[in-house]
Design a protein around this ligand. Structure first.
Ligand code: HEM
Length: 325
């Protein structure tokens, strides 16, 4: 399994949410020039290069650098795709007799309540841009951690076997709510510094002068809350260098964790808009996969690399073994 295959799965579900369309990313014969493949590549390109344009010296402000030119072409492509699908959703909405809002898809609800179509385009663009690469990177990392931690994978399997004795049982929120170890494992993957995926920090521009830890910081300065660091600080987390999912469970055996030490989805008014969607997708995928299959990894350890997230670099060459029960 490659990260790219996980990317295609995520693209299909995000397309359904943000553009109201099945993008067809799961077609095994996608050609390089197909729309789904181009969307995947464009989303990756946008997210992985934005930091270079934002944080390095902005030559692009003075002349169109190659990166800037390609970035703009990329965004133009996205706008074209989003416009096409949102326009189609608008046409479908015109023909629908709406009795209950629950009959509408997310995009249709926005269009029904938002007279300005531009808002729907922007929302769809935002969701598809940030929704694809984030979840796939997280899933790659979580699966790699499970495959290389057999004891903990077994614990997760035992939990899943208890909650869903019949692996074909459709999942629902009541069942997912009981999966305490699964959620704890995911949270620990987000927290753990050395081999896990996550956002490096959350940035904010100060709206007014502030004093933080004795430092006077003027209005307008950008500050970053470095969640990558705080999640590994002894004063906030016991034994931070150990990978212990149990620290997140109700019966946490005395492990402490400061509620702000690890904020994978940020915090406050600008926290991640897709967090519930991301959590749900990750939980469903893990529950379905680990209930029925065992993952093993018998190759050189993968290195973690910073793109815009911290995630494993290379092929996930798992041995996937079907479980008997
Ligand atoms: C594991 C997956 C994901 C992680 C770790 C993640 C993480 C984050 C973080 C750290 C932020 C900044 C929050 C802050 O500054 O306080 C953010 C913002 C955002 N995320 Fe996510 N995200 C994920 C998946 C998604 C998905 C699937 C979507 C869309 C469907 C999404 C949509 C957004 C949007 C729209 C924002 C900007 C919110 C705003 O500025 O008001 N994210 N995300």
């Amino acid at each position: 399994m490659k990260c790219l295959e996980i990317l295609t799965m995520k693209s299909t579900s995000i397309g359904r949410v943000s553009l109201d369309v099945r993008l067809g990313c799961l077609d095994p014969n996608l050609s390089e020039n197909s729309e789904p493949q181009k969307i995947i590549e464009a989303a990756k390109y946008a997210l992985r290069n934005v930091a270079i344009l934002e944080l390095k010296f902005p030559f692009w402000r003075y002349f169109p650098t190659p990166l800037w030119t390609r970035y703009v072409e990329n965004m133009d492509y996205f706008i074209k795709i989003c416009t096409k699908h949102i326009d189609a959703a608008m046409e479908r909405l015109k023909l629908k007799t709406v009795i209950d809002e629950n009959d509408l898809s997310l995009v249709e609800r926005i269009l029904a309540n938002e007279p300005n179509q531009k808002t729907a385009y922007i929302l769809a663009l935002d969701l598809i841009l940030v929704g694809i690469d984030t979840i796939s990177m997280a899933v790659c990392s979580i699966l790699y951690q499970l495959a290389t931690r057999p004891e903990q994978q077994e614990k997760l399997y035992q939990e899943l076997k208890r909650i869903i004795p019949n692996p074909n049982t459709p999942l629902n929120t009541k069942l997912l709510d009981q999966m305490e170890y699964l959620k704890a494992f995911v949270k620990e993957v987000f927290r753990y510094q050395f081999t896990t995926c996550r956002i490096i920090g959350n940035g904010r521009t100060l709206q007014q002068d502030a004093v933080i830890q004795g430092y006077r910081i003027p209005k307008g300065v950008q500050v970053v809350f470095p969640t990558l660091i705080t999640g590994s600080m002894e004063e906030f987390v016991n034994q931070p260098e150990e990978f212990i999912p149990e620290r997140w469970m109700k019966k946490s055996d005395g492990y402490k964790i400061h509620p702000f030490a690890s904020l994978p989805y940020g915090y406050g008014a600008r926290m991640c808009l897709g967090r519930r969607f991301a959590d749900l997708e990750i939980q469903v995928l893990l529950a379905k996969l680990i209930r029925s299959y065992k993952l093993e990894y018998h190759h050189e350890p993968l290195e973690y690399k910073v793109t815009f997230m911290y995630a494993p670099d290379g092929e996930l060459r798992f041995k996937v073994i079907k479980r008997d029960e």
